[in-house]
Design a protein around this ligand. Structure first.
Ligand code: OOG
Ligand code: NI
Length: 472
């Protein structure tokens, strides 16, 4: 599936821009972070003219300040399946299943995202979407209250619902597209007036802080947007230096020559004033709720199942050897342990490819004479001769352990309870109303497609007409 539609891509770009403007107006802390990251990125470019040239050539430079993702949390099956229909209009499909129960977070998630290089380039915006799992909330009374409240809300405006139906029947004209972007964004805005009393909020909060965040407001407010940092370590340090209160560690792999997967960090959510509705609406009372933050990310090579297993093992080993304290006090010891463990992860493209740890995108250079296409050549020979080139494919998805670390950094002491792992992908897909796409299959397809096209361009009929590569 390589479903890039110029029309859907354009709607997504407009939606991402509307969400960005809305969140900047709502969350001044995020604005401060955005300015700081832009400044750090500028410094990186000034220090590395080659990097600047590469980004300019790939078109990345123009997109540097564009948000890469946002995140929301929803409460019901109906909300999730309606979101799937809404995001489909923007060319975003659910990719990946993330079980966060392992880390004591009562949600499971997917990422709605564009598929394919072309669509990603047109607008890289994704939405990490989490669904509450009431079955993981121990307090039966809180569960029951939550279910009742959620059954009564509609997170979409009536016009937004009508437009989704209309699109599915016959698509949009220009005016409808414009209206859709406005109506869709409304579902994700912040509403400082809770829909419940302070007592109900407190009760749900005591059951789990996420329960209060998901249930007590009008809809799934954007809880963060995420920017691309050219040097995430420098940006993290700058956040610390400017008093932006970043979380203790950068999630994901340590700093490397050849980045892999995804590194992320964020500043912690600030408490902001909210109003509760008391005595059936006869009185408002003031309170506070911490929900919204800002995040940065830096992406590297997508790993194969084998590479991912190695990543997961090394990360688990580091966590076992130097467990990160809940308050992050031993962050630097953890960081050193992580770097030590990851010395076992090859850090150059040649080995990553040879050992089949990462996915690569191939291109060809027909001007290089690699001899006549013959059955005695191999992909390795063609790469050595320069007739083929291989570049790591960028990881466009998320990491459950990292996501859990980001969730947890905003839950205070209460988020630390341990659940047993209870992944339930089937149940998630049943309420979503569609299967989630397998991210590994997407990378594999991209690799195979690029290799096949490159070999054809060099005059080979198929991969099968080449010598098989040695398997390590
Ligand atoms: C989502 C946290 C996970 C990421 O980038 O991994 C996330 C949330 O807090 O709702 O956004
Ligand atoms: Ni995020």
């Amino acid at each position: 599936m390589n479903g890039s539609s110029p029309c859907a891509d354009a709607i997504r770009a407009k939606f991402a821009s509307a969400i960005s403007n809305m969140y900047q107006a709502e969350a001044p802390q995020y604005c401060a972070m955005k300015a700081l990251v832009a400044e750090t990125n500028r410094q990186c470019l000034a220090d590395d003219p080659q990097l600047e040239r590469r980004l300019l050539e790939s078109g990345e430079l123009a997109r540097l300040d564009v948000e890469r993702h946002g995140a929301i949390r929803v409460g019901t099956a109906e909300e999730l399946s309606s979101l799937r229909r809404l995001f489909a209009i923007m060319g975003m499909a659910p990719v990946g299943y993330y079980d966060l129960s392992v880390a004591g977070i009562p949600v499971h998630s997917t990422a709605f995202r564009p598929i394919g290089e072309c669509a990603m380039r047109a607008s890289p915006f994704r939405i990490f979407t989490s669904l509450l799992r009431p079955d993981l909330i121990a307090d039966a009374q809180a569960r029951e209250i939550a279910t009742k409240i959620l059954a009564q809300r509609d997170i979409f405006t009536p016009r937004c619902r009508a437009l989704i139906d209309l699109f599915e029947r016959r698509g949009f004209d220009d005016e409808e597209t414009r209206e859709f972007v406005i109506e869709a964004a409304k579902a994700f805005r912040w509403n400082g007036r809770a829909t419940v009393s302070s007592a109900v909020y407190q009760q749900l909060y005591a059951a789990h802080p996420l329960l209060a965040d998901i249930v007590c407001f009008k809809g799934p407010h954007i809880n963060h947007l995420t920017l691309h940092a050219l040097d995430i370590d420098a940006s993290h340090a700058a956040m610390e230096a400017r008093g932006l209160n970043p979380k203790a560690i950068i999630e994901g792999p340590p700093r490397r020559r050849r980045p892999i997967l995804l590194r992320q960090t964020s500043f912690k959510a600030r408490a902001e004033p909210v109003e509760f509705i008391e005595e059936d609406g006869r009185r408002l009372s003031g309170g506070a709720h911490a929900a919204r933050f800002g995040e940065i990310e830096q992406r590297g090579a997508a790993l194969t199942a084998k590479g991912r297993a190695l990543y997961d093992r090394l990360l688990a080993e580091a966590q076992a050897a130097a467990p990160l304290a809940a308050d992050g006090a031993n962050a630097s010891a953890f960081g050193e342990e992580l770097t030590r463990r990851f010395a076992a992860f090859p850090d150059d493209d040649v080995t990553l490819r040879r050992d089949k740890l990462a996915f690569f995108r191939y291109s060809s250079d027909a001007s290089v004479r690699a001899g006549e296409p013959s059955s005695s050549s191999s992909v390795d020979d063609l790469l050595r001769a320069g007739a083929l080139q291989a570049e790591p494919i960028l990881y466009e998805d998320f990491l459950p352990v990292s996501a859990a670390g980001i969730f947890r950094s905003n839950l205070g002491d209460q988020g630390a309870e341990e659940f047993i792992e209870r992944a339930d992908r089937r149940a998630f897909e049943a309420v979503l109303g569609a299967p989630v796409l397998d991210e590994l299959a997407l990378y594999q397809e991209a690799e195979t497609r690029s290799l096949t096209a490159s070999l054809e361009a060099l005059g080979f009929e198929s991969i099968a007409s080449l010598q098989p590569e040695a398997t390590p």
